[in-house]
Design a protein around this ligand. Structure first.
Ligand SMILES: [Zn+2]
Length: 369
């Protein structure tokens, strides 16, 4: 791989990667600890800000998913300025059981995350594999109070709902291993059913400050998204790859150029990069997404497809790569409340599956709290 732009975002002030994960806390091979692990990535890419989206529940591959992820995101924020974080809901068992969650209802968890200083909430509960695990409809009773509260309080919610349609038909071997193949419709909801649930949820909470990740997988049917944008004024999408999304964009370049300009206030940049950072691929992602949006170059892109940039206006670029998300998150990362984080760790540490991680969290607590 070569031929990157020297600075990945030459025309953007305060570039902001709004969608990053941490799946591990220690680097393979070197054993390097995570607490500043993404700084090199941030600096090499010339990013001013990053946002970590915690995934405390979900498929336990490659590592167990539990409350440890929320706690690590909070520590990362504490140790690195310029870092935002979205916390996630935790479930003591699956399928989720409201009875069992009396002292940790979703509303209580929202209060706890907010008190700690999380800047928003990440929901993966609409990704089909977690959806069936949690066992609750997105527009049903279980999430109702939490959604109402987030709507009322203007909480930024980054939601992954549905998945590329090919995951229902011909998923790769790698995806099958990750539990991302949904061909068995007796077990998994259809793509349409999940679209419908998200639309219903928004009909009930039209002011929800919701960002649908990965363009809501609509690059083949963006008209659906346009309808939703018209109805819901706070709705945004991110353009985090999924490479299939860019292949969809490339099928109708004129249409998407117009779409991106028209909805330049509704589109947010992110890479879906994760720790351990693979710097080359991180820089590549930043470079591809930026060049697709900002230039008219023909690029080697995802899955070896060639795509042509749509050359958006400077105004649109600045909004998509920084301003839109910064505005949603009040302009700067919220400070971490150490007492609240301490209390949270005490309450939930028994749910950390990886005991080595639990020990590291104890160590960090001694050092930082
Ligand atoms: Zn993601």
């Amino acid at each position: 791989m070569a031929n990157y732009l020297e600075i990945p975002f030459p025309r953007v002030e305060n570039p902001f990667d709004g969608h990053i994960h941490i799946h591990k806390w220690r680097e393979d091979g070197t054993g390097r600890l995570y607490i500043h692990g993404l700084e090199e990535y941030r600096q090499k890419c010339g990013l001013k800000y990053i946002a970590l989206a915690s995934l405390p529940s979900g498929n336990p591959i490659p590592v167990p998913r539990d409350v440890g992820n929320n706690i690590m995101c909070a520590f990362y924020k504490l140790a690195n300025e310029n870092t935002f974080a979205y916390g996630g809901f935790i479930y003591p068992s699956y399928p989720a059981n409201a009875e069992e969650m009396k002292d940790m209802s979703l509303v209580t968890q929202l209060d706890e995350l907010k008190e700690i200083g999380f800047d928003g909430v990440k929901m993966l509960e609409g990704k089909p594999n977690l959806y069936v695990k949690v066992g609750k409809e997105l527009d049903g009773e279980f999430f109702e109070n939490a959604l109402s509260k987030m709507e009322r309080e203007g909480t930024y919610v980054l939601m992954h709902a549905i998945d590329p349609s090919c995951f229902w038909t011909n998923a790769s071997e790698e995806n099958v291993k990750k539990g991302w193949y949904y061909g068995d419709t007796s077990k998994y909801p259809t793509n349409d059913a999940l679209y419908q649930q998200v639309d219903n949820l928004l009909a009930k909470h039209p002011n929800l400050n919701l960002c649908l990740a990965h363009f809501f997988f609509c690059s083949e049917n963006p008209e659906k998204l346009e309808e939703m944008f018209k109805k819901y004024k706070n709705l945004t999408v991110d353009i985090t790859p999924g490479g299939e999304m860019y292949i969809g964009f490339d099928k109708r370049p004129e249409y998407f150029k117009e779409f991106f300009e028209k909805y330049k206030d509704r589109i947010i940049f992110g890479t879906d990069m994760d720790f351990t950072p693979h710097l080359e691929s991180g820089i590549w992602l930043c470079d591809r997404v930026y060049r697709f949006c900002a230039t008219d170059e023909t690029l080697m892109s995802f899955d070896d497809h060639k795509i042509k940039g749509i050359s958006l206006s400077g105004d649109a670029i600045q909004k998509i790569f920084s301003d839109n998300l910064l505005k949603k998150l009040d302009g700067k990362p919220k400070p971490i409340n150490k007492e609240a984080l301490k209390k949270y760790i005490k309450k939930y540490q028994h749910l950390i599956i990886d005991r080595e991680l639990a020990a590291y969290i104890e160590e960090l607590s001694r050092e930082y709290l």
